[in-house]
Design a protein around this ligand. Structure first.
Ligand code: SAM
Length: 280
């Protein structure tokens, strides 16, 4: 093990350092901390980037950051909104021998796709209130990354990875799987966090596809899925009435009596291409 890795494993336990600091968890920042380094190690081991840059969003007290430093040889750029955490993490920056850079910033506004050098990955235990918005931002730049390993509320993770004809299948499943290969890795129980949230969390890995699964324009696909799932229980011919309804669906080769949750991603892309043809 390199000197840096042994310096990091030799640091005092995180829970002791935090107890001695002002870094109590703030609900407004979605702070639920992980102090169990076996668990953070299990998450860090899922990144596909060993060299290059790993961007961590919301390092908080730095449990996952420590594990990223010890489980990979990548440089870590950690983006954190909470100034208290930035000051707290000084000891880790010192131990990391130049491999850890902290940036005090709002991840919702930060262009992470241009950070550091490729190969690039994002790894994060995300603040739940902004997790989906962050994911959708990063999916706009998916090909700039090798992987995302992200923790969500289990319910959101299930929606991301859902297959057709299941209750969880919807807009988030379609856009995520159209641009990336998604894999639900494992759950983390509430009691693993400080403070414990009410819900179970799940870790998802996304591997961006070099090209989207089927050709079509992203904005049109988003419009089509929004329309289809705005009335989840209705047949497609009703949801698409204003866009040509039954006739249009038949032209594309889709059964007008289908419900949106039964239509595969390929079908949504075919609908998007058909509408693009009408617009252009
Ligand atoms: N990674 C730490 C861990 O696993 O213990 C903390 C995870 S905690 C669920 C979410 C972290 O995201 C907090 O440290 C919080 O301050 C930070 N955060 C919240 N909103 C943020 C934002 N808009 N930009 C950057 N960081 C944010």
């Amino acid at each position: 093990m390199s000197q840096i890795k042994s310096q990091i494993t030799g640091l005092p336990p995180l829970s002791l350092l935090v107890a001695d600091s002002q870094l109590y968890a703030k609900k407004s920042l979605g702070q639920n901390f992980l102090f169990d380094l076996n668990l953070t190690g299990k998450i860090a081991a899922q990144t596909l980037v060993q060299h290059g840059t790993i961007i961590e969003v919301g390092p908080g007290p730095g449990g996952l950051t420590r594990s990223l430093l010890t489980h990979t040889d990548a440089d870590i750029i950690a983006v954190e909104k909470d100034r208290r955490a930035i000051s707290f993490l000084d000891h880790l920056v010192a131990a990391a021998g130049g491999r850890l850079t902290l940036e005090e910033a709002d991840a919702l506004k930060a262009p992470l796709w241009s950070y550091g050098t490729a190969p690039r990955a994002i790894v994060a235990n995300l603040p739940y209130n902004i997790a989906t918005t962050l994911l959708l931002n990063w999916l706009d730049h998916a090909t700039d990354f090798t992987s995302f390993v992200l923790m969500f509320q289990k319910e959101v993770a299930l929606r991301i990875c859902a297959t057709p004809s299941t209750a969880a299948y919807g807009r988030l499943s379609i856009i995520s799987q159209w641009l990336t290969q998604t894999e639900l890795l494992f759950d983390i129980p509430p009691e693993a966090f400080v403070p414990a949230p009410k819900i179970t969390s799940s870790v998802v890995r996304f591997v961006p596809r070099p090209e989207p699964l089927f050709p079509c324009d992203k904005a049109t696909l988003e419009l089509v899925t929004a329309k289809a799932f705005s009335q989840r229980r209705k047949m497609l011919r009703a949801s698409f009435k204003s866009l040509g309804g039954e006739t249009m669906l038949k032209e594309v080769g889709i059964d007008p009596t289908m419900r949106p949750q039964d239509l595969e991603i390929e079908g949504f892309c075919a609908l998007a291409r058909h509408l693009e043809g009408q617009i252009s």
